[in-house]
Design a protein around this ligand. Structure first.
Ligand code: UD1
Ligand code: UDP
Length: 440
């Protein structure tokens, strides 16, 4: 079996590293293809070094550009390589343009796509990431899904349950694997050593790069005004290159950089960043990955967005959406700082993203699908089964798997009162309304 991984940005490298590592450990043939969307060494190469994964086999070097141009160039480069390499499955991760380009190319070449971190939805179609993740899901053959809630999103859109595999999120694997190393090693970056973080209280780690925030001057101004008033905090801001460019263009970089309590530093390596995050009193971010890492590391997060495709972090109590609303940012930050009970409740929120074995579960499932021949995407030769989609209320003790065997059916959606549940094999359906496909 040959597995190809396509990645292109910082978070994809971080979240695919545990899977690349697991594939390598099992001796499975693999190639890694970098689109070159992120190219600064502190946004790309340094992560291969820190996470101890081999350098990519290919780099398409697409660089920066408009969405259409960047995605088109990626598709051209990816197609050429995959036609030559002929992998059995291609893995894409998350919701970047690499995911869109990779999934579309594979669908046309009839190569199975495994979407890692599938099923997330912000329900905001103005986000480029929402389009990317939805298109990728349509093109995929296997779905590696972080939580039951994300799996339910896919069921509600009509995806078949049989290929939905709940794994947790590989960011937990990456966090657990690297935090201990970084604790032993201490800070490495000169800029962080200079800040003497070990002796600093009230650290607020800030990251922002989301287009809908940093490309809109009014939103940036609101956020900066809030930061100005948070002068009790030591704000450490590893700045994303996109944000640096837009702050400079808006003429706001110097104003922010001149606040005594704000320390703007270059994007920092993963080991240093994990250590910084874990020592923080508060995380203020619009990053997807950081919302997950905050709840994994028991640090309260305020998310600078009006919606999130990670709602589990909010319902668990570890994350609060504050948008770019100055008042909401200040009220919540000050409460975390001054109200110990409130802060402790946020810190103790249960991590919804699993135990740190997502990579193992992902590769287990790929091996199983490969052995069963399910990764071969060919035009059907069997005459189509006829089936009818039905709905029924279950009034006896019966699990999903028992019901499916008895009825020759595939359970689709399950409603427990007004709540939708994920039909895991062992779920007892008594008292629940279900929809299912019945093979005739
Ligand atoms: C991309 C992803 C986003 C992800 C983020 C992770 C898409 C649509 N967006 O956003 O989902 O959360 O990566 O960080 O795929 N730049 C540099 N050096 C680099 C990379 C970028 O200077 O190495 C600058 C360029 O000016 C570029 C801008 O940053 O135009 C934006 O980069 P781009 O890759 O287009 O989007 P991100 O904002 O990084
Ligand atoms: N990160 C890092 N150094 C930094 C900022 C972030 O290593 O200076 C890591 C962070 O730990 C997380 C990932 O980058 O795992 C998040 O990437 P980003 O916010 O760029 O993208 P998103 O997750 O929003 O797609």
């Amino acid at each position: 079996m040959k597995i190809a991984t396509i990645l292109g940005t910082r978070p994809e490298i971080i979240k695919m590293a545990p899977i690349i590592d697991e594939i390598g450990k099992r001796g499975i043939d693999q190639i890694v293809l970098h689109t070159g969307q992120h190219y600064d060494k502190e946004m790309s190469d340094n992560f291969f070094r820190d996470l101890e994964i081999p350098a990519p086999d290919y780099n398409i070097h697409v660089g920066s550009g408009t969405h259409g141009r960047q995605t088109g160039r990626m598709m051209e480069g990816i197609e050429e390589i995959l036609m030559e390499e002929k992998p059995d499955i291609v893995l894409v991760q998350g919701d970047t343009n690499a995911v869109l380009a990779g999934a579309l190319v594979c669908a046309k070449l009839h190569i199975a796509v495994g979407h890692v971190e599938a099923g997330l939805r912000s329900f905001d179609l103005t986000m480029p990431e929402e389009i990317n993740r939805k298109v990728a899901d349509i093109c995929s053959a296997m779905y590696f899904i972080p939580t039951e809630q994300s799996a339910i999103n896919l069921l509600a859109e009509g995806f078949s349950r049989k290929d939905l595999i709940i794994t947790g999120n590989t960011v937990v694997d990456a966090c657990f694997r690297h935090l201990e190393i970084s604790k032993k090693r201490g800070f490495d970056e000169e800029s962080l050593k200079e800040l003497d973080i070990d002796n600093m209280d009230n650290i607020l780690t800030l990251t922002m790069h989301r287009a809908e925030n940093v490309d809109v001057k009014e939103r940036v101004v609101n956020i900066i005004e809030a930061l100005k008033e948070l002068s009790d905090m030591n704000i450490i801001f590893p700045i994303h290159p996109r944000t640096k460019h837009t702050l400079e263009n808006f003429g706001l970089f110097d104003e922010l950089n001149n606040f005594d309590h704000v320390h703007i530093v270059k994007p920092i390596g993963y080991l240093d960043f994990l250590l910084l995050t874990s020592k923080s009193t508060l995380i203020l971010t619009d990053s997807g990955g950081l919302q997950e890492e905050a709840i994994t590391l028991d640090v309260p997060a305020l998310t600078l967005r009006y919606n999130t495709e990670r709602p589990e972090t909010v319902t668990a109590g570890g994350n609060i959406l504050v948008g770019s609303n100055k008042q909401a940012i200040l009220e919540n930050a000050n409460r975390i700082l001054n109200d110990k009970e409130f802060a402790d409740k946020m810190k103790n929120a249960k991590n919804p993203y699993g135990q740190g074995d997502a990579a193992k579960k992902t590769v287990d499932a790929i091996e199983k699908y490969y052995e069963e021949g399910i990764l071969n995407i060919t035009a059907p030769e069997d005459i189509m089964d006829s089936f009818t989609r039905k709905m029924t209320l279950i009034d006896t003790d019966i699990t999903v798997v028992e019901f499916e065997q008895k009825e020759n059916a595939l359970v689709h959606m399950v409603f427990d009162g007004d709540e939708m549940r994920f039909p895991s094999d062992e779920l007892n359906l008594k008292g629940m309304m279900i929809t299912y496909d019945k093979r005739e």
